[in-house]
Design a protein around this ligand. Structure first.
Ligand SMILES: Nc1ncnc2c1ncn2[C@@H]1O[C@H](COP(=O)(O)OP(=O)(O)OP(=O)(O)O)[C@@H](O)[C@H]1O
Length: 273
């Protein structure tokens, strides 16, 4: 379980994230929503310590993530994979090698630098690509792929880390609607198949409603909504997004392929700041 207690991050005295407390159980698919600058990226990056919290605690199954150093921190980062908006692939390397980078924490550095990946690692990477319908592209340079394909490679790289949690920071913000569906379907599939917990920053309320089992909303760094997607009423959305609401909310949408969207029984709206 991921447990955040009173987590804050300040920049020059100004809070980007302000006293957020949140518990996320294993296997949840949590959408983090809020307008631009609300603190979504900062919150996610604190979980894997790309950003250091100014206050509060972050625990995973009781381990204090904020106290980890050295090897223990690297291990934690392997267990909580990041997926970024801009994919962060090495464009000149082939797709399979990009995915193998997700095995770095399990491979001696000198072997990785020489490209001496074990047969097992190669098999795992290929299998991850195949699960994301990208097996046929294994030998291609990553920069020859479309954005949606690149993001699926990035998700395969995250998957071969064998993570317990995936932090996806606006993974579809650069994609067209069709690729958005493909990538969100891929994340949902991983979540269901392996029970990997997913925290996913999203701009679109439709996507949060359609794919996530739970939605948390940030406004000016504070947690102002935590509930089932169905609890995200138009009034709640307006509170979160203000004037952006009509463009952002749109009609409720179901994902392609009929992904089931279970309600989160334990959660209810916690009100608005
Ligand atoms: N390194 C930094 N230095 C100073 N201020 C920062 C830094 N990173 C983030 N901020 C500020 O913290 C606030 C929250 O930023 P953050 O990127 O977390 O928001 P966000 O909700 O992810 O926004 P977006 O949806 O636009 O990515 C913003 O006001 C931002 O300007």
């Amino acid at each position: 379980m991921l447990d955040l207690g009173g987590v804050s991050r300040r920049y020059s005295g100004r809070a980007a994230v302000d006293g957020v407390s949140l518990s996320v159980g294993r296997g949840e698919f949590v959408g983090v929503i809020g307008r631009s600058g609300a603190g979504k990226s900062t919150l996610l990056r604190m979980v894997n310590r790309l950003v250091e919290p100014s206050a509060g605690h972050i625990r995973w199954d009781g381990t204090d993530v904020t106290a980890l150093r050295g090897r223990a921190l690297r291990d934690w980062r392997a267990r909580c994979a990041m997926v970024f908006q801009q994919f962060n692939l090495s464009g000149r390397l082939d797709v399979l090698t990009n995915v193998l980078m997700g095995r770095l924490n399990r491979t001696p550095l000198h072997r990785a630098l020489l490209g001496l990946w074990s047969e097992e690692d190669r098999a795992i990477a290929l299998s991850a690509l195949e699960q994301l319908d990208m097996g046929a592209f294994a030998a291609q340079r990553a920069d020859r792929l479309s954005g949606g394909q690149q993001q699926r490679v990035a998700i395969a790289r995250a998957l071969v880390q064998e993570p317990e949690i995936i932090l996806a920071d606006e993974p579809v913000a650069s994609l067209d609607p069709r690729n958005t569906r493909v990538v969100m379907d891929a994340l949902a599939g991983i979540n269901r198949r392996y029970g990997i917990t997913i925290l996913c920053n999203l701009h679109s309320l439709d996507l949060a409603r359609g794919y996530c089992s739970r939605v948390v909303g940030l406004s000016a760094g504070r947690l102002v909504f935590d509930g089932a997607p169905a609890a995200l009423t138009e009034a709640a959305a307006r509170e979160l997004y203000g004037l952006e609401a009509p463009e952002t909310v749109g009609p409720a949408a179901m994902p392609a392929g009929g992904i089931p969207v279970p309600a989160h029984p334990a959660m209810s709206a916690v009100g608005f700041a």
